[in-house]
Design a binder for this molecule. Structure first.
Ligand code: NAD
Length: 567
């Protein structure tokens, strides 16, 4: 175990006994306490007599979960296991990642956020409101006696594609931390989910008598910026070694916060950067399937928000690093947003959109009179995208006409319908495949079932950010990087692409199975550590040391012997 991730031994003098021990989720083992532990720790008689192995406990928990028909009930069941026996909860997750990721994370976590005030049992993480502004360091100290190495923080304004969920947004950082621990072996006690509960503009929540959050309109403007400033300063002071993940902020604030603080502390925004790496990996893999170079592709984005701009920036970096000529790079990506085509003459564009505004010389070659009036379908006709990326949170935006038009120009249309949860997805994979007579290569953001087309079973790869952020966070922590740079994201993307075998690609999926997540996180962490070292941001470790450090730094949830001093 790497020194930086070691925790205080449970042999501390206050090691609990009896009922108190069973009530301590971090130390509890339920029926797995051995005969001698039961005697020594005052547990005799408090448990049924049979001693179970952790493998048997996992099987029993899965039996309980599968008996529940409703996904939200499964989520609640898993949360109560986490509250009762943390080691077992993570072991169940590790062994059933593919089955349980849709419960712990998208899509079910979305439902959990929406009904949060009504399903909350035991509060977790840290809640900071504007009233706490002058005492944030104290709150951080209250949150954990441990050395926090990873913080996932949200201000709840853009939860998945579901908008402002107020206090309910806490489900997201908590879910992400579950994936950090199960998927990359971070120890739960080193991780902290934080909700910056700055109010909500969601009127349904404000009118709900059970709403558990800060019942005010959202803090905005200079007051909001001061609040974030104080939060970041407090994190640097109280947890100086922590990596901070910005999560589900409104797009404008997401870009602003990332830019403002990325050099102040090791931090990244998963919606912008994690998404960019996972999408870039999918695109790299699609090119392997189609066997054409990136320089020959045109990418059309539906949605110019945090996800879309993030992906486009990393693809531009990938093109530049692959020596694609500059004039091809500048014309290779186009965006549609709520107002239509993002083009140079629009006066309403934010700086991030302006970066990708369509240039006049390209528009001049098109058969259109007014770029302000171009429809999505006309855009597909004129721009002839080879890759379509949906990050608009608009269900059904990729209509049959749009997909058929795309398929008229392209032999193998690549369609990323990434909006989450499933109810927001731009098109159903089965439709895209049917409308293109099986030629489309499809990836989604949320999980979708396999599609049977003319007797062939096609696996729909899920471009889940969980393929990237756990390994990225682990790599950044272990390399003690003082900054997280986009080169690390590109290295992570290339690594994820490599983790998808040829056999897997042949099934139709652009991504590996989620069951392989720990292995993928290990490789991503190593790539991130190498890049951090080479860029001068991280520890100077030799390649073999990097692998050893990553392997030793990954916690595997199991019951370790209780130290003799506690017995
Ligand atoms: P955002 O709010 O920052 O951006 C949404 C964008 O969609 C905006 O630019 C908006 O103008 C645009 N839009 C809305 N309606 C449109 C329409 N009819 N036509 C074209 N554009 C339209 O949100 P975001 O963070 O960019 O996320 C967008 C979606 O992508 C969400 O559903 C999110 O869950 C999903 N997402 C998926 C992944 C993944 O699969 N790995 C990762 C991140 C985000």
């Amino acid at each position: 175990m790497n020194g930086t991730l070691e925790i205080a031994s449970p042999a501390a003098p206050t090691f609990p006994r009896g009922r108190q021990l069973l009530d301590d989720a971090r130390l509890n083992r339920d029926t797995a306490f051995t005969e001698s532990e039961r005697d020594a720790l005052g547990l005799r008689g408090l448990l049924p007599c049979r001693v179970f192995s952790i493998e048997e406990q996992v099987a029993l928990e899965i039996e309980h979960l599968r008996r529940k028909n409703d996904a939200l009930e499964k989520y609640i069941g898993l949360e109560s296991l986490r509250d009762r026996n943390e080691t077992l909860y993570f072991r169940v997750l590790v062994e059933h990642l593919e089955e349980l990721m849709p419960i712990v994370y998208t899509p079910t976590v979305g439902q959990a956020c929406q009904s949060f005030s009504h399903i909350i049992r035991r509060p977790h993480g840290l809640w900071i409101t504007p009233d706490d502004q002058d005492r944030i360091p104290d709150l951080l100290r209250n949150a954990s006696p441990h050395d926090i190495r990873l913080i996932v923080v949200t201000d709840n304004e853009r939860i998945l594609g579901l908008g402002d969920q107020g206090a309910g947004g806490m489900g997201i950082p908590r879910g992400k931390i579950a994936l950090y621990c199960a998927g990359a072996g971070l120890r739960p006690e080193h991780c902290l989910p934080i909700s910056l509960d700055v109010g909500t503009d969601n009127h349904t929540l404000l009118q709900d008598p059970m709403y558990c959050g800060y019942r005010r309109q959202r803090l905005r403007g200079a007051a909001y910026e001061r609040f974030i400033d104080q939060f970041v300063e407090a994190v640097i002071k109280v947890f100086p070694g922590a990596v901070l993940q910005w999560e589900d902020f409104h797009k404008d604030l997401a870009f602003k916060n990332l830019q403002r603080y990325r050099h102040r502390l090791p931090s990244f925004n998963d919606d912008i950067q994690g998404t960019s790496a996972v999408a870039a990996a999918g695109i790299i893999n699609a090119l392997k399937v189609i066997e054409t170079p990136l320089a020959e592709h045109r990418i059309l984005f539906a949605g110019a928000g945090a996800a879309g701009i993030g992906i486009a920036r990393l693809i531009r970096m990938l093109m530049e690093s692959s020596n694609v000529p500059a004039d091809i790079v500048r014309g290779a990506q186009a965006f549609m947003d709520t107002k239509g085509l993002v083009h140079h003459a629009r006066t309403d564009l934010s700086a991030d959109k302006r970066e990708f505004a369509m240039k006049p010389d390209i528009l001049a070659n098109w058969d259109i009179l007014n770029p302000d009036e171009i429809t999505f379908e006309q855009m597909v006709e004129q721009f002839r995208p080879t890759i379509l990326v949906g990050v608009s949170a608009q269900a059904g935006l990729f209509t049959e006409r749009i997909i058929r038009e795309m398929a008229r120009h392209v032999d193998r249309p690549v369609i990323f319908a990434l909006s989450n949860p499933n109810s927001k997805c731009e098109c159903k994979p089965e439709d895209a495949i049917r409308w293109t007579d099986g030629r489309a290569i499809v990836a989604t953001g949320s999980p979708f079932p396999n599609v049977n087309h003319n007797g062939k079973e096609i696996v729909i790869g899920q471009g889940n950010n969980a393929f990237i952020f756990p390994g990225l966070g682990l790599g950044a922590i272990l390399s003690e990087a003082h900054e997280i740079d986009d080169r690390m994201l590109l290295a992570a993307a290339k690594t994820l692409a490599l983790c998808t075998t040829r056999a897997r690609l042949a099934t139709g999926s652009l991504y590996p199975s989620q069951q392989e997540l720990r292995d993928i996180s290990f490789h991503v962490a190593c790539a991130v550590m190498r890049e951090a070292r080479d860029a001068g941001y991280g520890r100077l470790l030799a390649d073999d040391e990097i692998e050893r450090t990553a392997r030793d730094g990954m916690w595997f949830p199991d019951y370790v012997p209780i130290p003799e001093t506690a017995l």
